[in-house]
Design a protein around this ligand. Structure first.
Ligand code: ASP
Length: 305
């Protein structure tokens, strides 16, 4: 009788630094490479996909090179308000924060919501308070000073400038997805929002099912792009459901992104991972800076997939 060889699922990490009309910088690509190595080191020693996703996003937030953490863009009143979420695919636990202020790592706050509260989403000043309660590091005080002064007397740009700025701006949100050695999936996202936004605006990134989803029986997804469109189609869950119904990551991503473009002229990109390690990085924007690695060869980081 043939003996059965039990094979471990191939672990893998995916990360992105946003989708949009511009290429990433060399510094951003280097940072994405570092992040893929960081995530891989965590998975290689048997730690969880959740730990890898949190650590990768934390590093991207700390870099200040992306529209997340200390690098977050400001809302029209001059204040940085950040959104983030994280989800794990074994028990479908999830946590998110929205319009968080002055917290260095919103992704850590999202994980706190998941692990330390009975809730999934905490917003506004109460989210900041929760982060303070658990002693999460603050954004450096220079940024705080900038925030306090920039809120006042901030001239609003005229319509032509706003339209041009919207077209030129890179979204620059960050996200990560991982599959660990034990076959568990996780996904997360962190952002400072879109180029021009009203104070209090919330995008897809903190919304489970829109910006992020993870289910060991379907797949893990992290979205980026214009959040308003992603929310209206609940894209992350839509991609997960397509995979649960037998679609490959590429098919599921393509189908949902086509729908986004055809139905509501949306713009987005996504990281998608199947429970067996197949994956897709797809976008309908001109560029998406992202990468993947499973420890073999060198990490792959590109601007187009
Ligand atoms: N999805 C983010 C938001 O709408 C932005 C981005 O991904 O760049 O807030």
């Amino acid at each position: 009788m043939k003996s059965l060889r039990l094979t471990r699922p191939t672990w893998r990490v995916l990360a992105h630094g946003g989708a949009g009309p511009r290429r990433s910088t060399a510094a951003q690509r280097t940072c994405l490479t570092e992040v893929l190595i960081l995530g891989s080191n965590i998975l290689q020693v048997g730690q969880s996909a959740l730990d890898a996703v949190e650590a990768m996003i934390r590093h991207l937030e700390d870099s200040g090179l992306f529209n997340a953490g200390s690098g977050s863009r400001r809302q029209l009143d001059g204040v940085q308000r950040m959104d983030a979420s994280i989800m794990e695919g074994k028990e479908l636990r999830a946590g998110g924060v929205a319009t968080l202020e002055l917290v260095r790592n919103p992704i850590m706050a999202a994980r706190l919501v998941m692990e330390e509260t009975d809730h999934v989403l905490v917003v506004g000043q109460q989210a900041t308070r929760l982060a303070r309660h658990f002693g999460l590091p603050r954004i450096h005080s220079v940024k705080k000073a900038a925030r306090q002064s920039s809120g006042k007397h901030r001239p609003l740009p005229n319509e032509k400038t706003l339209t041009l700025y919207k077209k030129m701006a890179q979204y620059g949100t960050v996200g990560a997805v991982a599959l660990d050695q034990h076959g568990h999936l996780a996904a997360g996202a962190s952002t400072g929002g879109v180029p021009v936004m009203l104070p209090g605006r919330v995008g897809d990134s903190p919304l489970i099912g829109s910006g992020v989803y993870a289910d060991n029986r379907a797949g893990a997804i992290s979205m980026t792009g214009l959040g308003e469109g992603i929310i209206r189609l609940a894209l992350a869950k839509q991609i997960a459901s397509a995979m649960e119904n037998g679609r490959s990551p590429v098919q599921a991503a393509r189908q949902s992104l086509n729908k986004l473009v055809n139905r509501i002229q949306g713009q987005a990109g996504c990281l998608v991972m199947a429970p067996d390690g197949r994956f897709a990085i797809r976008h309908v924007t001109p560029f998406m800076s992202a990468g993947h690695w499973n420890g073999k060869g060198n990490p792959i980081v590109n601007d187009k997939f």
